[in-house]
Design a protein around this ligand. Structure first.
Ligand code: NDP
Ligand code: MG
Length: 407
């Protein structure tokens, strides 16, 4: 049994649904709130959370008359209280308040915190056995070993919100699990798709932040430029749908119209298409098992004219190769991959390393981790968080030598 429901055979939901959004002030949070705004009578907002953006959080909490608002930065509690004064909206601060927000009863929860910080709160929602739209891919990359099993045990439904995985989720309904032979996730190739390796090595932050198709948060935009994001998504797909690395292919598709394809045993390939707008996969999760009316632009294939596809280049984009290697290694290696990448991206943003050094830091951290004999299966959130923490320390310690080394 999978925690991702593979067929739309669930009863429709009647009456207003209670909704919680973790990471409400971010890019995915913004798209989610936009969808709720279309038919506010259908939803009662239970809880909203943010990291430090008190103003944005309070504005949303007031607009949607949320019951609870939580800010992760404990230093901002007084500001939040003040911003919500006179509303009757309860609030809290710190990691425990984010977990409380996730644990409060809600029919549907959007998990859109960025990074490994999303793991514990999302697990709190999993343990309630609720329906979770999962954008926070780090939950699976850091803790996929047990995250999906825990969802099955608790009776939680995981609806993939990441566009490629949502595409696979939709396409999978065309057959059953035993008939599936392969999934293909597409990648735009990012702003450096056609660049020579030497130019990618020297790319600036401004260049990395210029995504050709998608408008997203800063971290994921840089990950798209390095194709680390596609690596994270390969790992995400493996855990979500219980696939082996050999059953997952990546296809570069610069127009970002075809998001994911599923191949079945008869060699039929079923794909999902749509404009590059995160409100489409989020709307699918929000409406599921029905479909809601979405605000996104209608797909006009005649106007687009051509859809093109290329094989990914594992040489110029070594992050993709490293993700497959980490997935094959298992036993916490994907947690290390993610942790090292987070340190590397922060160092790149802080101008401490060159763009090309991001993958080198991830590779060096993984190598050292394996050489030190640290691999072990993860069976709890604490295990995953400990590996994440130690891998970050290791990556940070390797940073100076990677920064000093020429490519
Ligand atoms: P953003 O950086 O735009 O937003 C992140 C949200 O999480 C914000 O609300 C932020 O609050 C909050 N947050 C950040 N750190 C913490 C923390 N330590 N504790 C609690 N809350 C925190 O990210 P995105 O919306 O782009 O991405 C969110 C997740 O969705 C990521 O895992 C990403 O990989 C995934 N995703 C994103 C896509 C996209 O199109 N953006 C597509 C597919 C997946 P504050 O505003 O106060 O900083
Ligand atoms: Mg994606």
């Amino acid at each position: 049994m999978s925690a991702v429901p593979l067929r739309n055979d669930q009863p429709a939901i009647n009456g207003p649904r209670s909704i919680t959004v973790l990471g409400a002030t971010g890019s995915i949070g913004d798209s989610t709130m936009d969808l709720l705004r279309l038919t506010p009578d259908r939803y009662q907002v239970e809880a909203l959370t943010a990291h430090s953006n008190v103003e944005g959080l309070a504005k949303l909490a007031r607009e949607f008359n949320a019951r609870f608002a939580a800010i992760a930065d404990p230093a901002r509690l007084d500001d939040l209280k003040e911003a919500l004064s006179g509303t009757g909206i309860a609030c809290g601060a710190g990691e425990s308040a984010i977990i409380e927000a996730a644990a409060r009863p809600a029919d549907w929860l959007m998990a859109a915190v960025s990074g490994a910080a999303g793991l514990k709160p999302t697990l709190a929602a999993v343990d309630r056995g609720t329906t979770i739209a999962l954008a926070n891919k780090e939950c699976l990359v850091c803790a996929g070993d047990f995250f999906m099993q825990r969802a099955v045990d608790a009776g939680a439904r995981i609806l993939p919100a990441d566009s490629e995985h949502n595409a696979l989720f939709q396409a999978l309904s065309s057959g059953n699990r035993a008939e599936l032979t392969r999934v293909i996730i597409t990648a735009s190739g990012g702003p450096f798709r056609t660049w020579a390796a030497a130019d990618i090595e020297q790319a600036t932050l401004e260049q990395a932040l210029k995504h050709p198709n998608w408008s997203m948060g800063q971290k994921i935009t840089i990950d798209s430029a390095s194709m680390m994001n596609k690596g994270l998504e390969v790992i995400e797909a493996a855990y979500l749908f219980a696939l082996s690395p050999d059953q997952i292919d990546v296809l570069v598709h610069p127009q970002s119209i075809v998001h994911g394809l599923v191949e079945f045993s008869d060699r039929s390939v079923v794909a999902q298409l749509g404009s590059p707008d995160m409100r489409i996969p989020i709307a699918h999760c929000l409406g599921w098992p029905d479909r809601i009316v979405g605000p996104s632009t209608r797909l006009d294939l005649a106007k687009i004219g051509q859809l093109t596809f290329e094989a990914p280049d594992f040489e110029r984009f070594p992050g993709l190769r490293l993700a497959f290697e980490a997935l094959r290694t298992g036993q916490g290696a994907t947690t290390v991959f993610n942790a090292a990448n987070e340190i590397a991206v922060a160092a790149f943003i802080g101008k401490k390393i060159r763009f090309g050094a991001i993958a080198r830091l991830v590779e060096a951290t993984l190598e050292q981790w394996v050489r030190a004999g640290n691999l072990a299966p993860l069976s709890s959130a604490d295990d995953a968080i400990a590996v994440d923490h130690n891998a970050r320390k290791l990556a940070a310690s390797l940073l100076p030598q990677i920064a000093a080394k020429a490519s």
